[in-house]
Design a protein around this ligand. Structure first.
Ligand code: ADP
Length: 198
């Protein structure tokens, strides 16, 4: 499903070039649960940015679901992100003052056409993460763990090929972190969902 081959990334700032990823090759199969582990500054976020089609490598190739995405233009990268990738971030990135239901609906609004069954899909996604009783709550009315579960439901809504999670437990206490890992594991075993987690 994911094939990157000999990826390099060079950042150029103020005449100084930093080479971060030096010839990285990774292959991820459907249903895999992969962790990217390493000390701060080792390039985890850079790798995640490239895999998540939020940025591009300086050289090397990237195939996502058989499609060469490494050289696509911005518009096509946005389409890939919307259709094939679900994101979960450390800081949740939910819209404040907007219900959990509407937050999960958001990626469907950015599709070419809002699906006829959009409302039902949002409901099912929230049930899947155990938040059927919190659909009308705004982020400010939810705990950190619940907010991250809303973000997971939002990541699931387009039935993505893969979910990328960048330090998703960074803002959670130990018990909520365990809950989130258990939720990821449940989604992997029940739905065959592929995960890549920093
Ligand atoms: P990690 O996520 O493992 O902490 P990063 O991918 O964020 O690592 O960063 C790896 C290295 O890449 C950093 O130490 C820094 O030297 C360089 N780097 C990251 N982002 C930039 C940037 N926007 N401009 C210049 N250098 C950067």
């Amino acid at each position: 499903m994911i094939e990157i081959d000999s990826i390099n990334k060079a950042y150029k700032n103020e005449g100084f070039e930093t080479n971060v990823l030096k010839g990285i090759s990774v292959s991820v199969d459907e249903g895999d649960y992969v962790s990217i582990i390493g000390p701060s500054g080792s390039g985890k976020s850079t790798l995640m940015t490239i895999l998540g089609c939020l940025g591009q490598a300086t050289s090397g190739t990237y195939l996502l679901g058989g499609e060469e995405v490494g050289k696509l233009k911005d518009y096509d990268l946005s389409r890939i992100r919307n259709e094939k990738i679900g994101f979960v971030f450390q800081a949740f990135h939910l819209l404040p003052g907007v219900s959990a239901f509407d937050n999960v609906m958001m990626p469907l609004i950015y599709c070419n056409k809002i699906p006829d069954d959009a409302q039902e899909r949002v409901k099912q996604a929230l049930i899947r993460v155990g938040l059927e009783h919190r659909m009308a709550h705004t982020p400010g009315q939810l705990s950190g763990g619940e907010q991250q579960s809303v973000a997971v439901a939002r990541a699931l809504i387009n039935d993505p090929a893969v979910i990328f999670a960048d330090e998703p437990t960074g803002n959670l206490d130990a018990s909520s972190s365990d809950d989130l890992h258990n939720l990821f594991k449940k989604l992997q075993s029940e739905m065959g969902q592929t995960f890549l987690i920093v």
